[in-house]
Design a protein around this ligand. Structure first.
Ligand SMILES: *Cc1c(COP(=O)(O)O)cnc(C)c1O
Length: 465
């Protein structure tokens, strides 16, 4: 059968459809390029269908415009956009680690959209230092002599090693040569910083004697201790405490550097985490330089915070790499606001989402899960029940220390768990859930009540499938 030329002729022209599309406010708001691409793609599908003769009539213009709107909408979604974290992993690296509370986010937005005192002192009318905003708070909170903030903790280690150990050796225990993920490996950072690694001890045991024997007065630049964030060696193990290493470092007049990884101001005993030193404890124990991330347990923005002796920190500030690794004003705004919350620990726990989620009482999580279930259960085709589950700290912190939590277990329209999990990811915003024992779980620990509406809407949409 020949292609129906009549049908092909009825396909509207791009310009005509574009003019009609531009009468719709939701379509005028989109980048014009995406809109034109969407129209072309809808029309080209139509042409192909007509040519392959699986089309009896050309749909009317309003139907075509609906298709255009859908295609254009998908094109104009930001690549980096909000998702709902229903995984129960609080510091979820792939989902952006820590989130900011509304007050802190508002402060960041203000600093981002105004000129600011970034490097200016309005009282004296002279140039100021961008280091000051956060340094004075870190001094107050940790008792350190000086502090510096760089782009992330990996950058902090790179800067410290480049400044203190370039062309010389740093002593590290074999039990601490960790890979953090995203290809951050301590040995590689050492190489990049121009420092040679002097490995001592074994994977499971390193003694004070091992460190002492490795010290070479000519070559040794310092001792590096690394928090074994994301793994745990159990059984016959031994490592040297910060306090003992500090005594040794002092004896040889060497700096003791501690990559603390996550870093927390809180005692984590109530979470069942008993061996995590607080940031201040590492300084009291005698570390000369301590570095940690701004967006792990601290709950702020991506940054590497370095605290310690003025002598060493001042030298870091002057290193050329410090300029290359410096943070943006938005990061400084977030950190200053977050650290201000830490002045009152109870306020910090309530207002910093990462801390609020970590320290949430299981009972309160259960009540939240029941609230969500009560919205979902009445929807047609949906079964929802509240079940106990385990969430995780995440961010390579406290592995194998699950946190008791509650989730809503969902079944929808007899979809398989894999299919439902996928459909949830296709929602807007995407909902990232977890499958456990053949059930799709929405862990209430990391879901915020203001996200309930989006979740309910996503499930209501499944109805047609
Ligand atoms: C996470 C981590 C890092 C890397 O920190 P970023 O802020 O992600 O660069 C380095 N060392 C340890 C021990 C860590 O846990």
């Amino acid at each position: 059968m020949a292609v129906d030329q009549n049908l092909l002729r009825k396909i509207p022209k791009v310009d005509i459809l574009l003019d009609l599309a531009l009468e719709k406010p939701e379509l005028t708001a989109m980048p014009r390029t995406y809109l034109v691409e969407a129209i072309r793609s809808v029309l080209s599908d139509l042409r192909q269908n007509a040519q392959e003769q699986n089309l009896a009539v050309i749909p009317d213009v309003s139907t075509l415009l609906e298709q255009v709107a859908e295609v254009a909408h998908a094109k104009s979604l930001f690549s980096l956009r909000k998702v709902i974290n229903a995984t129960g992993i609080v510091i979820h690296t792939n989902l952006g680690r820590s989130i900011l509370g509304p007050d802190v986010a508002a402060h960041v937005a203000e600093i981002a959209s105004s000129y600011s005192t970034l490097e200016y002192n309005p009282i004296s009318g002279t140039r100021g230092s961008r280091h000051d905003h956060v340094e004075k708070l870190l001094i107050r909170l940790t008792g350190c002599e000086a502090a510096l903030v760089v782009n992330n903790n990996a950058a902090a280690i790179l800067l410290i090693l480049s400044d203190l150990a370039k062309g010389r050796e740093l002593i590290v225990s074999r039990g601490e040569l960790v890979e953090i993920g995203g290809s951050f490996r301590i040995p590689n950072i050492m190489k990049a910083g121009g420092a040679t690694l002097k490995e001592v001890g074994t994977t499971n045991r390193t003694s004070r004697q091992d460190y002492a024997e490795a010290i070479d007065p000519e070559l040794t630049a310092g001792i590096l201790k690394v928090h074994t964030s994301n793994f745990r060696v159990v059984g016959y193990t031994d490592s040297v405490s910060v306090a003992d290493l500090a005594v040794l470092a002092r004896e040889y007049d060497l700096p003791l550097i501690y990559d603390l990884g996550s870093g927390t101001f809180f005692n984590l005993q109530s979470l069942g985490i008993h061996d995590e030193p607080t940031i201040s404890q590492t300084l009291v124990a005698g570390a000369d330089l301590v570095s940690f991330s701004g967006d792990k347990m601290l709950g702020g923005a991506q940054a590497g915070l370095i605290i310690g002796s003025k002598k060493y920190v001042d030298s870091l500030k002057k290193h050329p790499l410090a300029r290359a690794l410096r943070v943006d004003k938005m990061t400084l705004a977030a950190l200053e606001a977050i650290l201000t919350l830490y002045l009152d620990p109870e306020v910090a726990k309530a207002k910093i989402p990462t801390l609020a989620m970590l320290f949430a009482e299981p009972e309160d999580i259960r009540i939240k899960a029941e609230g969500l279930r009560d919205f979902l259960a009445p929807l047609p085709g949906i079964q929802a029940e509240v079940v106990p589950t385990e969430s995780q700290v995440g961010g390579g912190s406290a592995p194998e220390r699950p946190l008791a939590s509650w989730a809503v277990a969902i079944e929808a329209h007899a979809m398989s768990p894999d299919m439902l999990e996928e459909q949830l990811r296709f929602s807007e915003p995407p909902i990232i859930a977890r499958i456990f024992k053949n059930q799709v779980l929405l862990d209430a620990r990391t879901i915020r009540p203001e996200e309930f509406t989006d979740i309910v809407e996503a499930f209501s949409r499944f109805r047609g499938h």
